[in-house]
Write a protein that binds this ligand. Structure first.
Ligand code: ATP
Length: 574
C-alpha cells in the first residue's frame, strides 16, 4: 500500500497539514472536559458567575477553533483523496494500455473494471481516513487515559481495567471480520463479471431464450455477495452492544467510586463528570481505531489488486526504435512461425512460412479454430511468436517501435467496434488530420458512401454506444473505412466481410484493390468466394499450414481446400 502513496505527491501539503489541523482539534477536545470540571467545581459550586462566564467563553472559543480546524482538515482530506484517486486511476489506465493481449486475457475485463473503480474507491477512502483520523483517534484514546490520571490516579484504574477488555473484544471482532471483507471483495468481483456479461450479451440472452437461466445466475451471485456481507455485518453488529455494555459498566463504576470521593470531599462533581467524558472519548476513539483497521485491511487487499496490475510484466516489449527504413525485401514474411497462447496450452500455430509482396492479396481460409485470427494478430505484435519470426518490410516486427509498426497496419477485427462520437470522429481514429475529402474517399472504397450520404447529418451523424444505431454490415464497412483511411502498408480484414451480401463483398474487394494499390491485403474468410482471387491463399487446419498457392493450384493439390470448396458448393446448391 505504501508504494501507492507516491501518487499523493501533488497533494503533499494537504496530506501533511490535514492531520496537523485534526491534531489541534483533538487537543481542544481533550482539554474541554477539564474546563468543564473547573466550571462546575470552581464556578457553579462556589457561586462565582464571573468564573463561569470566563470559562464558558474559553470553552466556546476552543470549540469554534476546533470546528474551524475540522473543516480545514476535511477540506484537505477530500482534495488529497480525490486527487490521489484520479491520479491513481489515470496511471492504472496508462498501465493497462501497455498490457499486451495476453495479459488482458489473463486478467479479464470485469476484474480490471473492479480494480479501476471499487478498489481505487477503497484506497481513496483509506487516504481520507488516514488524514482525518490516523493521528486523532490514537491520540484521543491515549490522551483520555493520561487526563484521567491527571484528574485522579485512583479513579483512572477504572480506565485501566476497561481498556484491555475493550481491546480484546475489538481484536476478536477484527480477527473474524477482516478475512470476510476480503471474501466480500472477491464476490463483488464475480458479480461485476456476471453483470458485464449479461449487459453486453443481452441480445444473445434474449435470442436464446436464456433470460430465466441468466436471471437465476445473477440472483445466485447477488445472494452470494449479500450472504458474505450479512455475515460480516452480523459480526460487526455485535460490536455496538458489547462496547456499550462495557462503557455503561465503567460509567457505573466511575459514578459509584466518584460518589464516594465526592462525599468525602476528595473530588469535585465536575471532576467525576470529566472522567465520564474521558472514558466515553477513549472508548469511542478505540472504536474508530478498530474501524480504521478494517478500512486499512480492505484497502491493503485493494492495493494488492491494483499493484498486481502495476507489477505485471508486459510480454510485448516496445523496442522504441525510430521508424525503420523500408527494405526492398518481402513486404510480409513468416519464417517457420509457431505460437502458443500460454506455456500450458498446445500450439495454436505450427511452422507457418509464407511471404507476400507489395499490393498483393493473401487469403487465409480454414475451419473454425484453425488459427486464422491468431496468425493475423502476430503481424501488429498483439502477441509475440513462440519460435520463428515475422518480418514486415524487411525487418523483424520486434525491431520496430510498436506505434511505428502498428501505424503501418490497418486492422479490422472480427467484431466491429465503433466508439461514441460522430462518423467523422470514428474515421479520424485512423488518421487524426483526415479531411472531409479523405473521409468520403475512405467511405467510397469501403462501400459506405451511399448509406452515409443518405443520412441527414452525413459525416456528423452521431454514433451511439458500440455503433448500435447502424446495422452489422454498415458497422463492418465503417470499421473498414477507419482502417484504410490512413492508407496502411497492410490491411488485415479478419472475417470482417461476413455481414455483407456477396455482391457488396465483391465490390468492396474490387474497390480495395483498385484504390489501395500499394497496400498488401490480408483477408481472413470462411467464404471461398472472398479469397478466390487472391495472389496467394493460405489454408490452415489445426494450426498447421496445409496449403499455399492460388485457387487453381490449391484445387489441384490441397485436399482440405477442395473439401472447403465442395462443402460450400453443396450449401449453395441446397
Ligand atoms: N485468447 C486466447 N487464449 C487462448 N487460446 C486462444 C485464444 N484465442 C484463440 N485461442 C485458441 O487458438 C486456436 C485458434 O483460434 P483462432 O481464433 O485463431 O481460430 P480461427 O481460425 O480464427 O477461428 P474462427 O474462424 O472461428 O474465428 C483455437 O484453438 C482457440 O481456442
Amino acid at each position: 500500500m505504501v508504494s501507492l502513496l507516491k501518487y499523493t505527491k501533488k497533494y503533499r501539503k494537504e496530506v501533511i497539514l490535514g492531520p496537523i489541523f485534526k491534531f489541534l482539534e483533538a487537543v481542544f477536545e481533550l482539554l474541554l472536559p477539564i474546563y468543564m470540571a473547573r466550571l462546575i467545581d470552581n464556578g457553579i459550586a462556589k457561586n462565582d458567575p464571573n468564573y463561569v462566564i470566563k470559562t464558558a467563553a474559553t470553552m466556546i472559543i476552543m470549540s469554534v477553533i476546533g470546528l474551524i480546524c475540522v473543516m480545514i482538515c476535511q477540506y484537505y482530506a477530500s482534495i488529497a483523496s480525490q486527487g490521489f484517486g484520479t491520479e491513481l486511476r489515470n496511471q492504472l489506465m496508462k498501465k493497462i494500455n501497455t498490457l499486451s493481449h495476453k495479459e488482458l486475457n489473463d486478467f479479464g475485463t470485469a476484474t480490471l473494471i473492479t480494480r479501476m473503480t471499487s478498489d481505487i474507491n477503497q484506497l481513496q477512502l483509506a487516504l481520507a481516513m488516514l488524514i482525518r483520523l490516523v493521528i486523532r483517534a490514537p491520540f484521543l484514546s491515549i490522551g483520555s487515559v493520561v487526563m484521567a490520571f491527571y484528574i485522579n490516579p485512583k479513579m483512572a484504574l477504572v480506565f485501566v481495567f476497561s481498556l484491555p477488555v475493550f481491546c480484546l473484544i475489538l481484536f476478536f471482532m477484527m480477527k473474524k471480520t477482516v478475512p470476510l471483507y476480503k471474501k466480500v471483495q472477491e464476490k463483488l468481483d464475480h458479480l461485476n463479471q456476471v453483470i458485464q456479461e449479461n449487459l453486453s450479451g443481452v441480445r444473445v440472452i434474449r435470442a436464446f431464450a436464456q433470460k430465466d437461466k441468466e436471471r437465476h445466475k445473477m440472483a445466485d451471485t447477488s445472494d452470494d455477495l449479500a450472504k458474505a456481507y450479512t455475515r460480516v455485518a452480523n459480526i460487526s453488529a455485535l460490536l455496538n452492544p458489547a462496547t456499550t455494555f462495557i462503557m455503561n459498566v465503567s460509567i457505573v463504576a466511575l459514578l459509584y467510586f466518584g460518589g464516594i470521593n465526592v462525599n468525602t470531599g476528595a473530588m469535585g462533581q465536575g471532576e467525576v463528570l470529566a472522567l465520564i467524558n474521558y472514558l466515553i472519548q477513549m472508548l469511542l476513539a478505540l472504536i474508530v481505531v478498530s474501524n480504521l483497521v478494517v478500512i486499512f485491511t480492505r484497502a491493503s487487499a485493494s492495493a494488492g489488486r491494483v499493484n498486481e496490475v502495476f507489477h505485471t510484466n508486459v510480454s510485448i516489449h516496445d523496442q522504441g526504435q525510430l521508424a525503420l527504413a523500408p527494405s526492398s525485401l518481402n513486404r510480409l514474411n513468416f519464417q517457420d512461425v509457431s505460437f502458443r497462447y500460454s506455456d500450458k496450452s498446445g500450439l495454436a500455430l505450427e511452422n507457418i512460412s509464407f511471404s507476400l509482396e507489395k499490393g498483393e492479396m493473401l487469403g487465409i481460409i480454414g475451419p473454425t479454430g484453425s488459427g486464422k485470427s491468431t496468425l493475423t494478430q502476430l503481424i501488429p505484435r498483439f502477441y509475440d511468436v513462440s519460435t520463428g519470426s515475422v518480418n514486415v518490410l524487411g525487418h523483424n516486427v520486434k525491431n520496430y517501435g510498436l506505434d511505428d509498426l502498428r501505424n503501418k497496419i490497418g486492422v479490422v477485427p472480427q467484431t466491429s467496434v465503433l466508439f461514441t462520437g460522430t462518423i467523422r470522429d470514428n474515421l479520424q481514429w485512423g488518421k487524426p488530420d483526415a479531411t472531409d475529402e479523405d473521409c468520403w474517399q475512405a467511405l467510397r472504397t469501403s462501400q459506405s458512401y451511399e448509406f452515409v450520404k443518405d443520412l441527414t447529418e452525413q459525416l456528423d451523424t452521431p454514433v451511439m454506444e458500440s455503433g448500435k444505431n447502424f446495422s452489422g454490415g454498415q458497422r463492418q464497412r465503417l470499421t473498414i473505412a477507419r482502417a484504410l483511411i490512413k492508407k496502411p502498408a497492410f490491411l488485415i480484414l479478419d472475417d470482417s466481410l461476413s455481414a455483407l451480401d456477396y455482391q457488396t463483398d465483391l465490390e468492396l474487394r474490387q474497390a480495395l484493390q483498385r484504390d489501395l494499390t500499394d497496400t498488401s491485403l490480408i483477408i481472413v474468410s470462411q467464404r471461398v468466394s472472398s479469397v478466390q482471387q487472391a495472389a496467394k491463399i493460405l489454408v490452415l487446419e489445426d494450426g498447421k499450414q496445409v496449403g499455399l498457392g492460388t485457387h487453381d493450384h490449391l484445387m489441384a493439390h490441397s485436399d482440405v481446400y477442395q473439401e472447403i470448396v465442395a462443402s460450400q458448393q453443396e450449401k449453395e446448391e441446397a
